[in-house]
Design a protein around this ligand. Structure first.
Ligand SMILES: *[C@@H]1O[C@H](CO)[C@@H](O)[C@H](O)[C@H]1NC(C)=O
Ligand SMILES: *[C@@H]1O[C@H](CO)[C@@H](O)[C@H](O)[C@H]1NC(C)=O
Ligand SMILES: *[C@@H]1O[C@H](CO)[C@@H](O)[C@H](O)[C@H]1NC(C)=O
Ligand SMILES: *[C@@H]1O[C@H](CO)[C@@H](O)[C@H](O)[C@H]1NC(C)=O
Ligand SMILES: *[C@@H]1O[C@H](CO)[C@@H](O)[C@H](O)[C@H]1NC(C)=O
Ligand SMILES: *[C@@H]1O[C@H](CO)[C@@H](O)[C@H](O)[C@H]1NC(C)=O
Length: 394
């Protein structure tokens, strides 16, 4: 490793501090001769290298990590009325920390929960939290590792991303459910002109209405139901997901598609655990919005990440009567004991950015890697040489 630096400098690439590139499994690897184009899956497995449909190779490099004691440093607590009409009071950061609705356990687990200690008269809002990331992202690979996601009668949580000026820059609901449901429901919401291609490859089910697949993502039609996909696994939301020790939700967003995978804990891919995620090894996603019928860069941009827990309202309220839950939603809200499972327990949220390994671009590329910073200049072609050199010398 120590011999690398001179070669890199030769290529006008500078490294700050000690070299600590993530281990992308590139050790002792001879990169393919024709590096720009390869469909060799076994090679992909060995390297963490992904390929665009046109054959361009790329890596998902770490960009941001939200975890542990510093988790809450880069979020805002939303305190407005719930846009989805929930019977909820979203509290500010001071109240959330003081009342124990948001905290970090000694073991590093980040907890966000609803008020589960206060008895309320009928019709009074229950306190809860909704947070929005300071950072905005346009494309990325987002990997959320959780041991618990909120559930229970009257409860409606979501982990999602959304652009400013909704719905102009889109919304992706990565994890969402109500009551004691067992199936995660993924949804995309856009302006007019984005359709979910039902022929794309994914394992989830598209809801059918009047004999037709609901594939129009336009937020202004179908009462803003968006285009949804329901996961097939009973362990993707609610009691079974929690009983499995939770798991990960991954959202891959690039110019080709927006795809969502969920894995309960025992099934988490080893490349994810290693911090070198390679979605091409994960099999079919649960949901996929393809660029064939939706111009992804046009409909999705500058997304913040959001976690929330609301109650009743447009989904949990309107579906309450048919949910099998006791009484009515407003009645359910009164007893705090009904909300002991309305809890996010988060191990980490990691965001990765796509780094092409060869291109004609002459712009300077900066790749932020936790810890030292790798700054790359000159052309992208040099980057591929550098990486090839780096790892052949490792
Ligand atoms: C709450 O957030 C504000 C800024 O949004 C910050 O100045 C303040 O320190 C935070 N308070 C707590 C207790 O985290
Ligand atoms: C999906 O494929 C089938 C069979 O090839 C075709 O008939 C149908 O029109 C396609 N649907 C869409 C939405 O492209
Ligand atoms: C709905 O989409 C599925 C693929 O997810 C397809 O098999 C089915 O034929 C479609 N149904 C209609 C009514 O278009
Ligand atoms: C996204 O944000 C950047 C930086 O603020 C801005 O330059 C860009 O125009 C935004 N994109 C869209 C589609 O609004
Ligand atoms: C909370 O979860 C536990 C464990 O699954 C379950 O026994 C209990 O009934 C749940 N309580 C509520 C109010 O959902
Ligand atoms: C780079 O750009 C040149 C001119 O724009 C083009 O001829 C060439 O094919 C491109 N090379 C690659 C590797 O894309």
């Amino acid at each position: 490793m120590l011999n690398i630096l001179p070669f890199c400098l030769l290529l006008s690439i500078t490294f700050d501090d000690s070299l600590a590139l993530p281990d992308f499994g590139l050790h002792n690897l001879e990169l393919p001769k024709n590096f720009k184009r390869s469909n060799d899956v076994s090679n992909t497995a060995a390297t963490g290298i992904n390929y665009n449909p046109d054959g361009t190779p790329f890596l998902w490099l770490p960009q941001d990590e939200y975890a542990g004691k510093t988790f809450f440093d880069r979020w805002q607590f939303f305190t407005g009325p719930d846009p989805t009409s929930g019977t909820v009071d979203y509290v500010d950061n001071v109240t959330a920390f003081a009342n124990g609705f948001a905290f970090v356990q000694d073991d590093g687990t980040v907890v966000m929960k609803a008020d589960d200690t206060t008895s309320l008269p009928m019709g009074v809002n229950r306190q809860s939290v909704r947070i929005t990331s300071n950072a905005q992202y346009t494309t990325g690979l987002f990997i959320l590792d959780i041991t618990r996601a909120p559930w229970g009668c009257a409860v409606w949580p979501a982990f999602w991303t959304v652009g400013t000026d909704w719905p102009n820059h889109g919304e992706v609901d990565v994890l969402e459910g109500v009551h004691d449901n067992q199936f995660n429901q993924i949804a995309f919401h856009t302006t007019s002109g984005c359709i979910l291609d039902a022929n794309a490859s994914f394992t989830g089910t598209i809801p059918v209405q009047n004999g037709q697949n609901v594939t129009n993502c336009d937020a202004n039609v179908n009462s803003n139901s968006g285009c949804d996909t329901v996961e097939w696994s009973r362990s993707s939301y609610g009691p079974f997901f929690e009983a499995q020790g939770g798991g990960i939700l991954a959202m891959k967003w690039d110019e080709n598609d927006i795809s969502i995978w969920s894995f309960y804990r025992a099934a988490i891919p080893t490349d994810v655990i290693a911090g070198t995620p390679n979605p091409s090894l994960w099999g079919l996603p649960s949901a996929r919005l393809m660029n064939t019928m939706c111009d992804i860069p046009k409909f999705f941009a500058n997304h913040s990440i959001v976690f929330d827990i609301t109650f009743c309202g447009q989904w949990a309220g309107n579906s309450y009567a048919t949910s099998g839950c006791p009484g009515t939603c407003p009645e359910r809200l009164m007893d705090p004991a009904n909300f002991v499972n309305a809890t996010w327990n988060i191990n980490s949220l990691k965001v990765y950015q796509k780094q092409l390994l060869s291109s004609n671009s002459t712009t300077t590329t900066s790749v932020a890697i936790p810890g030292p910073t790798l700054t790359l200049s000159k052309t992208g072609i040099f980057l591929s040489f550098a990486i090839a050199l780096l790892f052949s010398l490792w």
